[in-house]
Design a protein around this ligand. Structure first.
Ligand SMILES: *Cc1c(COP(=O)(O)O)cnc(C)c1O
Length: 550
């Protein structure tokens, strides 16, 4: 039996004051504490997580603490699992808060503008804690019940945001166990994966005795359809998750065909059409899908979705939109027009842990046709019967947490208007940042922002003038020099730890084909304002003058 008076003591100690693994102590960790003292202890731990962790991270900015990676690694080399408990719960939590967290990255800092991972509203920690505390498994209705039902409802809400179908459409499908509007997955990668999985299976569907690619595999599918190869077309700015998916699905990642972009970083429609024509003529190549991007990872560019949709329709090709980043822009009355045409997509990827400001581990995929996901359904007679609400029937994942609860609650707390304020702030602050960059002689704006991502580089006026007069060999030489400068400044700034801007490589000018190293900034933290952005530029200018100015 569990001694309730000792319930606050989760750890057990032997006569020699050593921690021991002990049945009674273990049992206590499974029991809800009844007495006040035990509760107070547990609340104290939660307070530590909620407030001390935040406080600690706030004290540092950017990539925290000056410790080299090799040195840090040297502290984490013990590979033996301790036989007896090593730490008390209090110590373990304390160690994470005080000793580990300082070496984590303060992604919540408004000076941290290099990545798509940013600050989240504090209540997300509460919502995620609820999900953990309930620990429902939406794989099966028997382990989730209402949370699976909530998931279907949230899926319908976001589906409506994208496709804006009629009331009667949503009445039919919102809780329909036979149809599926989309799925929660772990991120954009698995969302893209799921979409292409569906596309592949629709493309190589069962026919004339062939049982379908999912059952018989690709070799049999190619034989049945008399093709030798299948391809997926996407702009050069496509996310590398598409390649992973093609590898995984057996299509081969070299069959993700990169279509050139124009000077605006959008997919070149003429080249897309040429490629489609080429593959259509070649009877042995099947086009599985065309992917449009709504917010490319590197530049935030939105492809001309309406035009791509039209081309796909004319050629009867599956159209997927990767809106992992840009999707939530649909909540902004002011800027949703930027995603015009997304409603024509057969499927859409949206990340929850990006611009829905959810904790890491949430992606979503949506399908125009509520029957599409039948192409990836796994029914079995004893568990997942057709028509059951077991969400595991149509997903890569088996067991899965009730993440929809976090999104559903966040939507209730913030409203689409609340999200729109965040989206608008990002887009408008990025525009102000672009103006500031253009104003400064030390910088050059490379890709102006459409959404809230832009790229620029350090390129002082005398270099700009040299570039204007240079022939192509000379251009290469100067660019190489500038590339080295930008690379170094980005690194020095990152290591100084006050702020963080990322870098990438782009070919912004199609004619010259010169590769530039550029600085990339993503404005999603509502605390990031023009003043902070100016400071970040000031710092870069200072590094330039200290290190490079002649
Ligand atoms: C982030 C991103 C992905 C991948 O999403 P993960 O959540 O990191 O797996 C895919 N596509 C685009 C456009 C993205 O921005």
């Amino acid at each position: 039996m569990v001694a309730t008076d000792r319930i606050d003591k989760i750890d057990n100690i032997d006569k020699n004051n050593k921690l021991i693994a002990d049945w009674e102590a273990l049992l206590r960790t499974f029991v809800r504490p009844e007495n006040e003292k035990a509760k107070a202890t547990l609340i104290k731990y939660m307070e530590q997580i909620l407030f001390e962790l935040q406080d600690f991270l706030k004290a540092h900015v950017g990539i925290t603490e000056e410790i080299s990676l090799p040195e840090l690694c040297s502290h984490f080399t013990n590979t033996k699992i301790p036989k007896n408990p090593e730490k008390k719960l209090t110590t373990a939590i304390n160690d994470i808060v005080k000793k580990l967290a300082p070496y984590a990255v303060n992604i919540a800092s408004p000076y941290f503008i290099g990545h798509m991972t940013s600050a989240i509203p504090f209540f997300m920690v509460h919502l995620k804690t609820i999900v953990t505390a309930l620990n429902q498994n939406v794989n099966k209705l028997e382990t989730s019940k209402v949370t699976s039902i909530v998931e279907k409802q949230v899926l319908a809400k976001i589906h409506r945001l994208i496709y804006n179908n009629t009331d009667s459409f949503y009445n039919i499908h919102v809780q329909n166990p036979y149809t599926t509007l989309g799925a929660f997955v772990e991120g954009g990668t698995s969302a893209n994966f799921t979409a292409l999985w569906v596309a592949r299976n629709l493309c190589f569907a069962p026919k004339n005795g062939f049982k379908g690619v999912e059952t018989e595999g690709l070799a049999a599918a190619y034989a049945a359809y008399d093709v030798k190869r299948s391809v997926i077309l996407v702009s050069r700015r496509g996310h590398f998750s598409l390649k992973k998916a093609a590898g995984f699905l057996g299509i081969g990642n070299q069959n993700i065909i990169a279509i050139d972009v124009d000077n605006k970083q959008q997919i070149d429609l003429t080249k897309l059409q040429q490629k489609i024509k080429k593959y259509t003529k070649d009877n042995h190549t099947k086009i599985l899908a065309v992917v449009g991007i709504a917010g490319t990872t590197e530049t935030g560019t939105v492809d001309p979705l309406k035009n791509i949709a039209k081309i796909c329709k004319e050629n009867n090709i599956y159209f997927h939109v990767d809106a992992a980043w840009g999707g939530p822009t649909l909540m902004s009355e002011k800027y949703k027009y930027l995603l015009d045409g997304i409603e024509l997509a057969d499927s859409v990827t949206i990340d929850g842990h990006k611009q829905f400001y959810m904790p890491i581990g949430c992606g979503m995929v949506y399908f125009k046709d509520p029957n599409y996901m039948e192409a990836v359904a796994y029914h079995s007679n004893y568990v997942n019967r057709p028509g059951s609400v077991d969400l595991g029937i149509k997903s890569i994942a088996g067991s899965r947490e009730a993440n929809s609860l976090v999104l559903d609650t966040a939507l209730k707390i913030m409203g689409s208007k609340g999200y729109a304020l965040l989206i608008d702030h990002g887009i408008e602050t990025a525009a102000l940042f672009a103006d500031e960059i253009k104003k400064r002689p030390c910088f050059e704006l490379i890709t102006p922002p459409k959404l809230n991502i832009l790229t620029y580089r350090i390129c002082p006026d005398h270099y700009k003038n040299q570039l204007l007069q240079a022939d192509s060999t000379e251009k290469w030489r100067i660019t190489k020099k500038l590339n080295a400068i930008n690379l170094t400044i980005q690194r020095i700034q990152r290591e100084a730890g006050f702020s963080f801007v990322s870098r990438t490589t782009l070919i912004p000018d199609i004619e010259s084909q010169i590769e530039l190293i550029v600085l990339r900034s993503v404005i999603m933290n509502p605390m990031t304002d023009l003043q902070i952005l100016k400071e970040i530029l000031d710092e870069q200018e200072k590094i330039y003058h200290d290190r490079f100015s002649e």
